[in-house]
Design a binder for this molecule. Structure first.
Ligand code: SF4
Length: 332
């Protein structure tokens, strides 16, 4: 199959298509190389570009939501200054091609591939791209050994980067990347229902109460305004993972399950009335979005997991050209 590492002649040309209408940030700063290269090197280059764009440019849907929230804050308040600083930060990172935040986070890859794909070989290419991205400063030397505290300086180590593969029926490979900051990870949460202290039972009303409680407890820590991924049910591990995967959804999409779509909107509305505001400075913008899913559970347990993402919502994805391994399309 063409999407793997066959020797093909290819031109390393990352972006050729002119953006329609207003140019998007990633297209403004995209670099174009011209020399011919081998397929593995081309894949590494495409992955490196994915890391660079993810680390330095907030995806369009997030930028749009942040700017809408900024416009709603009352002028000359601490909240509006905070939103202005967030805006300046985004602009600077985009045009200087430098990370949006000094914490470039846990590096989490999601690979969607056709049958017959060489997962282990692709993993090695991802690792090479991560090392290169670290050398170039798109990723901070962030990953340390949890037993010894040693920092290899490469962002490689036990369990890092985090790489998840999914087989699909599509002919092309899609690669999605999330850079998950530590501060927002610290205010992520998991509840076991019923929670008597919160009066939260094993139903959607109970879910609503614990999700709002998690945002209330964060009080702007984890660099709000935040965005939530939530999973109702599953075991502890799958519940947390599925909550995090909700961060792959665009902020302006609609949950196909009407009860969850309603609950997502209610949670955002309620949280934005808490008065916590950007960075906890007060104001109207506490939460940008809430995306929910569910997973089967056993009768003995009812977990609700909440993955909290900061305003520096770094998520991007691409489709690899099946023959050339260049970037065929950006996903966000
Ligand atoms: S929570 Fe997000 S914005 Fe805040 S320091 Fe961490 S990565 Fe940066």
């Amino acid at each position: 199959m063409d999407y793997t590492f066959k020797e093909t002649s290819m031109t390393k040309k990352v972006a050729t298509k002119k953006p329609k209408g207003k140019s998007t940030p990633k297209k403004v700063v995209k670099k174009i190389a011209t020399k011919k290269t081998d397929p593995k090197t081309q894949i590494i280059d495409s992955l490196l570009e994915l890391i660079r764009v993810t680390s330095t440019v907030v995806p369009d849907d997030v930028a749009k939501t942040l700017m809408k929230a900024r416009a709603q804050e009352e002028k000359n308040t601490t909240a509006s200054y905070a939103m202005d600083i967030i805006n300046d930060n985004m602009e600077l990172a985009k045009f200087k091609s430098q990370p949006l935040c000094q914490d470039t986070g846990t590096v989490i890859f999601f690979i969607y591939h056709p049958p017959g794909f060489f997962q282990n070989a692709f993993k090695e290419l991802i690792k090479k791209a991560v090392v290169k991205a670290t050398q170039k400063g798109y990723l901070r030397q962030n990953s340390v050994n949890s037993l010894t505290g040693e920092n290899a300086g490469t962002n490689l180590g036990e369990g890092h980067p985090s790489i998840h593969f999914y087989e699909t029926n599509k002919k092309e490979v899609e690669v999605k990347l999330v850079l998950k900051g530590g501060g927002c990870e610290n205010v992520s949460a998991q509840y076991s229902l019923p929670d008597t202290a919160l009066g939260a039972g094993r139903d959607l009303e109970g879910v609503r109460k614990v999700v709002i409680d998690s945002v209330y407890k964060a009080q702007g820590k984890g660099c709000g305004p935040g965005a939530l991924g939530v999973c109702i049910g599953g075991d502890r591990a799958d519940s947390s993972y599925n909550a995090k995967k909700q961060l792959l959804r665009k902020l302006d999409d609609k949950n196909p399950i009407p009860e969850l779509a309603k609950l997502e909107n209610e949670i955002v509305e309620t949280c934005n009335k808490l008065g916590i505001g950007p960075m906890g400075f007060g104001g109207k913008t506490t939460l940008l979005s809430c995306k929910m899913t569910h997973a089967n559970r056993v009768p003995a347990s009812f977990f609700v997991s909440i993955s909290y993402m900061c305003w520096a919502f770094r998520r991007q994805g691409l489709v690899l050209d099946a023959k050339k391994n260049t970037i065929k399309k950006w996903l966000y």
